[in-house]
Design a protein. Structure first.
Length: 375
């Protein structure tokens, strides 16, 4: 059986315009943490997770992966479930990010070895996903209205609005969007990045009911399950957590069991990869709930989530972050909506995305390699 021979970890900080998605945040430094795996038979796989912080590029996920890497060397390609179980008791800060990175890269390697796109290895429930455009923050309502017009012209049939997170201003924004586009056929969802209290979330939810928006994302911190349970019962619009505060299968199961959310949301690049996502997708099916995956990030991160969506029936939307060129930096391909507003994975094996290291190399700020030494 092929065994893991070599690991290379890189932290990349592209010099591109910085985005914001809440008025409560400063400009975000968005880094791509990449793991490249090589097995003893020459098989290779890679994965990337996107980290975003203020002031400087993140170092925590990279160092977490460095702490996990020595435990993985020498492990068999086809023994990954046992490897995940063996890693469970290890003390590694932010282990969910490290294991997500390695899990996705491991699956990429196996799919490349077989010669199939990863979603086909995972099940291939569908071959394309309806995309919504995920907006940045704008200072004025006119900025949002112009953005929606542009996204509609780019074939999107739905748009996520990242509002400021100031309740009264957000109410005016939703009303203005409804007045301008309420009869356009576009779908909308609202993300306020956990900046409301329950009463504000309830009032906004009732407005979204009136406007018939698709879902209301992260009105409050994900961990406030009692408030989410009340809100879900009180409004018709689907209530969705942000998915970043609870990157844990058991916590998600608890929220589902209590009927705290109408739709489940997580990011495969922080939950634990495909291995951790599998039971969550099963829970969604059992409880007849849709799943919305957090896809904000660079193309390699987006691809990991897209392949999971295509392998299951539970997902309705693919979150496509704009502007495209910022997040496609250094990638061999990107995702764009077709004339019907859908995106597809490439027909290449594995994740279907290669990296241009000649482009990325000048922006690598951390790098480390690990090699299997026979004993």
């Amino acid at each position: 059986m092929p065994r893991l021979q070599h690991i290379k970890l890189s932290a990349i900080g592209p010099d591109s315009p910085r985005q914001r998605w809440s008025a409560h945040l400063g400009e975000m430094y968005e880094s791509l943490i990449v793991a490249e795996l090589t097995f003893t038979d020459g098989s290779q796989g890679h994965a990337g997770i996107t980290m975003w912080v203020e002031y400087e590029f993140d170092q925590t996920a990279f160092h977490s992966a460095c702490l996990a890497a020595p435990f993985l060397l020498g492990r068999g390609m086809y023994n990954w479930p046992q490897t995940v179980a063996d890693m469970q008791p290890k003390y590694i800060p932010l282990k969910n990010y490290a294991m997500s990175l390695f899990d996705i890269a491991w699956h990429d390697a196996k799919a490349r070895k077989i010669g199939l796109p990863l979603y086909k290895v995972l099940g291939a429930s569908k071959h394309r996903m309806r995309a919504y455009a995920s907006s940045p923050l704008f200072d004025e309502i006119d900025g949002y209205l112009g953005y929606i017009e542009q996204m509609q012209a780019n074939n999107f049939s739905a748009v996520k609005i990242h509002a400021k997170g100031y309740f009264e201003e957000d109410m005016e924004l939703v009303k203005a969007i409804h007045d301008a586009y309420g009869n356009s056929g576009l779908g909308f969802n609202l993300d306020v990045d956990a900046n409301y209290n329950y009463q504000q979330a309830l009032r906004m939810g009732r407005l979204l009911d009136k406007c018939q928006w698709d879902f209301f994302e992260e009105p409050m911190p994900d961990t406030d399950l009692s408030a989410y349970k009340k809100l879900t019962a009180a409004i018709d619009t689907d209530v969705v957590p942000g998915g970043n505060d609870m990157p844990n299968v058991d916590l998600i199961r608890h929220g589902i069991t209590l009927d705290c959310f109408d739709r489940i949301r997580f990011d495969i690049t922080s939950l634990g990869g495909y291995t951790a996502a599998a039971p969550v997708m099963g829970m969604a099916q059992a409880h007849r709930k849709k799943v919305e995956l957090q896809c904000w990030g660079y193309t390699l991160s987006q691809a990991a989530n897209l392949h999971l969506m295509l392998a299951h029936d539970a997902c309705e939307f693919f979150e496509l972050v704009t502007p495209y060129d910022k997040y496609e930096f250094g990638a061999s391909a990107g995702f764009r909506p077709d004339t019907d507003g859908y995106v597809q994975a490439t027909d290449q094996p594995g994740l279907g995305i290669d990296l241009d290291w000649d482009t990325l190399r000048p922006f690598v700020y951390l790098e480390r390699e690990f090699e299997l030494t026979e004993r």
